[in-house]
Design a binder for this molecule. Structure first.
Ligand code: SME
Length: 164
């Protein structure tokens, strides 16, 4: 298992690097996609400060369906192209939303959310779903966070068999 500990105040870059190594260690030796995505959502939620939601939506039957997450109960189904998640999935791009109130069509699952980052999860050209993080703080996420989360998504895909 993992332990969240540090002897000094970490910089965001150090925190992301530590999270990457923790994710590798946590998923090592386990191929079950549900177990790995559930554990990764929990790891992210507890390792990164300033989050109110972290989890996955998986592509099922042409739409996004809620997967393992930490945070308040959330919208279950999101159509491709809808909200931040559906847009990131449709376009297969990472989206950083500094202020959710300024993102047209943002889907408010938790009224506390003020900023968001969504990373596509892709395996060999196939869109599996998205990794979604919400924060109650405006502009919580930057390009460094997005790159770190893209790496975590790759670690998940490499570590896990198909099927969520
Ligand atoms: N805000 C997202 C919906 C998912 S929740 O944030 C967990 C969106 O606009 O797609």
């Amino acid at each position: 298992m993992y332990a969240l500990q540090s002897a000094h105040a970490e910089t965001p870059a150090e925190r992301l690097a530590g999270l990457r190594e923790q994710a590798r260690a946590l998923l090592e030796g386990e191929r079950d996609s549900l177990a790995n995505s559930a554990n990764l959502a929990a790891l992210i939620f507890h390792a990164l400060p300033g989050l109110n939601w972290a989890g996955f939506y998986w592509m099922k039957g042409g739409e996004l369906v809620l997967g393992p997450f930490q945070g308040k109960p959330a919208c279950v189904r999101i159509a491709l192209g809808k909200g931040v998640c559906g847009t990131a999935a449709r376009d297969r791009v990472t989206i950083i939303v500094r202020d959710v109130e300024k993102f047209p069509g943002h889907i408010a699952c938790d009224a506390a959310s003020r900023s968001e980052v969504v990373v596509p999860v892709v395996r060999g050209g196939e869109l599996l779903g998205v990794l979604d993080l919400d924060s109650p703080v405006v502009a919580r996420f930057d390009a460094e966070d997005a790159a770190g989360l893209e790496t975590l998504a790759r670690i998940y895909v490499d570590a896990s068999d198909a099927g969520a």
